[in-house]
Design a binder for this molecule. Structure first.
Ligand SMILES: Nc1nc2c(c(=O)[nH]1)N(C=O)[C@@H](CNc1ccc(C(=O)N[C@@H](CCC(=O)O)C(=O)O)cc1)CN2
Ligand SMILES: Nc1nc2c(ncn2[C@@H]2O[C@H](COP(=O)(O)OP(=O)(O)OP(=O)(O)O)[C@@H](O)[C@H]2O)c(=O)[nH]1
Ligand SMILES: [Mg+2]
Length: 445
């Protein structure tokens, strides 16, 4: 691969001015191009101070040139970095100079794509690179780092290896179709498959949490009009983002706000209060609110602490299908001192005085991290979760077919399950999938 591919170049550092900016080359002509631009020899893995020159010999900038000889580089190809002053103008001139010397502009993700194609990273790890770069908070970053270290990939590979062994065993049994399966180790086969299914269940659960860590929690604030939903959004956001009035039906449009709580980012959405009737605008607002709730990970249900029962009825149907619900009784400051504690699982808060907001923060943090941000969590994507689910479905059918001694059918199902797992780490990949994944990277990565 390294010998035949062309040489790509891109600015590897973030757009805009910076202290230092890096132009990175990868491919067989990298060294020749860089040595011409620097007008000096570049020994591998040594930071060489150099002047970067244009075709007339004039200095574009001075900086560090760093050569990584294939295969000991990020991409597995020859790589050279030109580390210049972080001026976008200088960096663009350096890129143009490299192109004049035979490189071409890299597509988004093309460096990481080459790392994948050269076996430096598997697909899950390459995706983790992009997820690490995009991580909004430390939990997401740590989890992406674990995926990049292969924590997720190794779990997938271990199950895939086991399915492969089961395929081999099953195929072998087919060749002895006259014998009953049990004399061919059928019981052990079934036991191993059932264990593999359990391992897939456990991994699917962790991958779902990992997807949440990557994508961030999507929490929608719902409740009857005037309960204080917009006030609560403002309190959590720390600024007066939403309009608050004492008129029921103030909020109509959805208002999205990325909010950071204890270092964790989550997406909060304020919605129109839910009630019967209302004018055409308000009804459209309620329709949008219900639509948004259907896509939410968490419904934060805000009720007026003085009338929680009535409010609860107004929203019960709407929030029933949400994976998780957090019930709040707001306006606690208006309750009399004799008011009994709310029932288990309800938080009493006041958006006005801030009472109870610390407990709300803690609860939101737990929802966002699945309660287990630390120990071993890794990031995953919807693509991974979906492939795992397909693998589980095929393996579950294989289990039934084995029990019925339908060996041919079981072998085919095991093959499909094995291939679905292979898609996750890219051992088995349709080509269009690759293009799709790497196109979402930033240029220069
Ligand atoms: N300057 C710079 N910093 C960077 C990167 C880069 O490309 N340039 N990276 C870009 O993402 C990340 C590091 N990625 C890298 C991965 C592998 C190798 C490398 O030289 N690998 C060799 C040697 C391994 C070793 O000795 O430990 C190899 O794989 O054989 C270098 C950088 C983060 N920091
Ligand atoms: N005393 C008290 N008043 C509050 C509290 N939270 C909100 N309010 C008041 O209740 C009224 C309604 O607040 P909003 O935040 O607009 O309520 P909402 O749920 O967004 O209402 P709609 O947008 O109409 O659905 C305003 O007058 C707020 O000042 C609270 O904790 N204590
Ligand atoms: Mg409102």
């Amino acid at each position: 691969m390294a010998e035949t591919s062309d040489t790509i170049v891109a600015i590897a550092t973030a757009p805009g001015a910076g202290g230092v900016g890096i132009v990175r080359l990868s491919g067989p002509r990298s060294l020749a191009i860089a040595e011409t631009a620097c007008a000096k020899k570049l020994p591998p893995r040594v930071a060489e101070h150099a002047r970067f020159r244009d075709e007339g010999g004039a200095t574009l900038d001075d900086g560090i040139a760093l050569y990584f000889a294939a295969p000991a580089s990020y991409t597995g190809e020859d790589v050279v970095e030109l580390q210049a002053h972080g001026s976008p103008v200088v960096l663009q001139q350096l890129v143009a100079r490299c192109c004049a010397l035979g490189a071409r502009h890299a597509r988004p993700g093309e460096f990481s794509e080459r790392a994948f194609l050269n076996g430096k990273l598997d697909l899950t790890q390459a995706e983790a690179v992009a997820d690490l770069i995009a991580a909004a908070d430390i939990h997401a970053a740590r989890a992406a780092r674990r995926s990049l270290d292969g924590v997720f990939s190794r779990r997938v590979d271990a199950i895939a290896d086991e399915l492969l062994a089961l395929r081999v065993h099953t195929e072998a049994a087919i060749d002895f179709a006259d014998e009953p399966l049990d004399t061919l180790g059928g019981e052990a086969l079934r036991a191993r498959l059932s264990q593999a299914l359990q391992a897939m269940d456990a991994l699917a659960l962790e991958a779902q949490r990992g997807q949440k860590l990557r994508d961030g929690l999507h929490a929608v604030i719902v409740g009857p009009p005037n309960a204080g939903k917009s006030s609560l959004l403002n309190a959590l956001a720390g600024s007066e983002r939403a309009i608050v009035t004492d008129i029921a039906g103030t909020t109509r449009d959805l208002l999205r706000e990325a909010v950071r709580i204890d270092g964790i980012e989550l997406m909060l959405v304020d919605t129109a209060g839910l009630r019967e009737g209302g004018d055409a605008i308000e009804r459209e607002g309620m329709r949008r609110a219900r639509d948004e709730v259907r896509r939410a990970d968490l419904a934060i249900v805000v009720l007026d602490a003085r009338d929680p029962i009535g409010g609860r009825q107004a929203v019960a149907d709407t929030v029933a299908g949400v994976p998780q619900r957090l019930w709040l009784h707001n306006k606690s400051d208006l309750l009399g001192a004799a008011e009994p504690e709310p029932e288990e699982g309800v938080l009493r808060v006041s958006a006005r005085t801030g009472e109870g907001l610390d407990r709300l923060h803690a609860a939101l943090r737990d929802y966002a991290t699945g309660g287990q941000a630390g120990d071993g969590a890794f990031t995953a994507r919807a693509r991974h979760v979906e492939a795992l689910r397909r693998a589980q479905d095929h393996a579950a059918i294989a289990e039934r077919e084995l029990a019925a001694e339908a060996l041919d059918l079981a072998a085919e199902r095991l093959r499909l399950a094995h291939e679905a797992l292979g898609e996750i780490t890219g051992r088995i990949t349709p080509n269009d999938l690759l293009g799709h994944i790497f196109a979402s990277f930033c240029i220069g990565k």
